[in-house]
Design a protein around this ligand. Sequence first.
Ligand code: TMP
Ligand code: ASP
Length: 231
Amino acid sequence: MEKLYEGKAKVLFPEGPDTLRVYFKDEATAFNAQKRGLIPGKGVVNNKVSATLFRYLEAHGVKTHFLEEVSDREMRVWRVEILPLEVILRFKAAGSFAKRYGVKEGTPLKTPLVEFSLKSDPLGDPLICPEAILALGLAAEEELSQVRTTTLKVGELLRDFFAQRGLDLVDFKLEFGKRNREILLADEISPDTMRLWDQKTGEPMDKDRFRKDLGGVEEAYQEVLRRVLRG
Ligand code: TMP
Ligand code: ASP
């Protein structure tokens, strides 16, 4: 079938006028695609982890683009107009935050922190403040406030979900889209878009293993899937 769009980790196929099929690839990139590689089985893990998390969030009142899993690597979703924002929620300092402010990775934050980046590969997804989002018309005030509230709610729900499975949710990235003026949680929620540390060993169990060449990348993705499906 003709693809509608191919991104770094997923391919979108048109279905009906209102829906898309998302295919999850094994290809991995980091640092704005300067680093490239393959994580065998990643597509299956990310599809199943995302589907499970979308169902869990829906069951707790979060509206998402998710409709159904259609195969090991594919899900059906509503077509949405993606807001050009990456919404990041942090519970502990890590990654770009730890580097920017010179704090040790793993330092707990006094309050969960919502950050926004402009979704733009040519610009390298720069941080953007809420005032600039409004000034540029990237989202309306009401939409931005809903995005922030939903992100904090998703953060609480996911932190509990992973804590029950021996994983510490350090931070994650969300994307939102609009369908008929309604804001839906979109994209994916997977080890590509979260930092998950094993509660016992402190070992990263997510894409940081690939970013930092820590080894055991495939195994970490499989272990996250195993714990997510344990229910
Ligand atoms: P950061 O610390 O590198 O800014 O990443 C914050 C969170 O966002 C982390 O869980 C990884 C995720 N993330 C993405 O999903 N996509 C990206 O392109 C980047 C840079 C981070
Ligand atoms: N997904 C992003 C990229 O390729 C970055 C990352 O996740 O680290 O470039």
